[in-house]
Design a protein around this ligand. Structure first.
Ligand code: DX5
Ligand code: ZN
Length: 227
């Protein structure tokens, strides 16, 4: 399983150093949570393309960057994030009227395309897009902030259904759509989501916190996966 840190709980004056610390610990994929002050219910604003472009220059070309766009007008703004240097853009289905067009546009532009859906959005809503997606992201908290509790039953049900459909898709020669989870993942539940078939886990407060270093937290997460 790939573990990717969400830098939402980091000290924003030290974002470059936090990324360095994660990379030194063995991380090669970083998850960037973009909020526009409108999409999430607590109206949070985080950071945008300028900060992401600086981070790209800081980490160099070999680190994978994804951006989780918690923004309302995703069709109008996603190109700015591609131009800022992310490899993969993950857009909310709730913020897009024509997701098929979005996928086509992103593919033409040469950026990977992911779809994310909220806890109260049924898994059936995303199924039509699965064959064309590089990644599908199951939100296991209501998006808006780090440090919330994992919504276990809802999230695992969605993961299991998606896992079996993606496996069928791959067996039929289709795309290997990656299955990602985001929200509330810690050492006590990472084994559960791994067993359910998640391939990429976003970990925010479980990796970046005051209790231990990123490297120490990563060792703890991997030790649970090895059990
Ligand atoms: C929530 C974000 C998540 C979150 C993860 O809106 O999309 O990426 O910050 O943080 P934890 O792991 O603390 O839930
Ligand atoms: Zn996220």
């Amino acid at each position: 399983m790939i573990i990717t840190p969400s830098i939402l709980t980091a000290d924003f004056s030290r974002l470059g150093e936090v990324c360095d610390e994660a990379i030194a610990a063995g991380i090669d994929w970083i998850h960037l949570d973009v909020m526009d002050g409108n999409f999430v219910i607590n109206k949070t604003v985080t950071f945008g393309p300028a900060v992401i472009s600086s981070l790209r220059n800081h980490v160099g070309p070999d680190i994978k960057l994804d951006c989780h766009l918690m923004i309302t007008n995703v069709s109008d703004t996603w190109k700015q994030f591609a131009d800022a240097g992310v490899n993969l853009i993950i857009a909310h289905i709730e913020a897009c009227d024509d997701f098929s067009k979005l996928i086509n546009d992103m593919r033409e532009y040469g950026v990977e395309c992911g779809l994310v859906f909220n806890p109260d959005t049924p898994v059936d809503d995303v199924l039509p897009y699965l064959p064309d997606l590089d990644l599908i992201l199951v939100m296991s908290v209501v998006p808006g902030k780090g440090g919330q509790s994992f919504m276990e039953e809802m999230a695992l049900n969605k993961v299991k259904k998606l896992r079996s459909i993606i496996d069928e898709q791959i067996a039929a020669g289709g795309r290997k759509t990656l299955l990602m989870i985001d929200g509330g993942i810690k050492s006590h539940n990472i084994g559960l989501v791994n067993d359910a078939g998640v391939e990429v886990a976003v970990v925010g407060s479980g990796l970046i916190n005051d209790k231990a270093t990123i490297a120490e937290n990563l060792v703890l997460l991997h030790s649970e996966l090895d059990k």
